[in-house]
Ligand binder design. Structure first.
Ligand code: HEM
Length: 127
């Protein structure tokens, strides 16, 4: 029996994911609204975790061992607008790297699923 190659294999495995993540953070840090969130963050470590997360989302062999996404983003006050921007950057990077629609749509679905873990609860304002 043969199984079809995973999305991870189809896009070129870990090296392709690493390239995409490098490009992703260049664009994120280039955005004046998004940059402040990353002040003082250990970027090499963040990139490593993002690479492994994206690899596992695409069916690669590396198990994600970073923090739970809700825990990693808690207290940052990430807005849904900023979340959407980051998602758009990720999608554009994948598309520019020639990743096919089916795989991009899979990533979009995952982005929808994890949004509520990452975006801050709307702050209740009194009165
Ligand atoms: C779009 C979906 C997102 C995914 C899949 C994602 C994924 C991750 C991962 C895997 C980590 C590393 C966790 C760890 O070190 O254990 C992380 C950390 C971080 N993320 Fe995200 N993220 C997303 C959206 C965002 C957004 C929208 C922002 C801000 C605008 C953001 C800001 C950060 C920051 C600042 C850290 C570093 C936290 C720290 O090391 O203290 N992330 N993210």
């Amino acid at each position: 029996m043969t199984t079809s190659p995973s999305y991870y294999d189809q896009i070129g495995g870990a090296p392709a994911v690493r390239d995409a993540v490098e490009r992703f953070y260049v664009l994120v840090l280039d955005d004046a609204d998004l940059r402040p969130y990353f002040a003082g963050v250990d970027m090499p470590r963040l990139k490593r975790h993002m690479v492994v997360l994206l690899c596992s989302v695409l069916g690669g062999p590396e198990p994600y061992e970073g923090r739970d996404l809700a825990e990693a983003h808690s207290g940052m006050g990430i807005t849904s607008e900023h979340y959407a921007k980051v998602g758009e950057i990720l999608v554009s990077v994948l598309q520019e790297a020639g990743v096919g629609d089916e795989i991009v749509q899979h990533v979009v679905l995952v982005l929808r699923k994890v949004e509520s873990s990452i975006v801050a609860e709307p702050v209740e304002t009194a009165g």
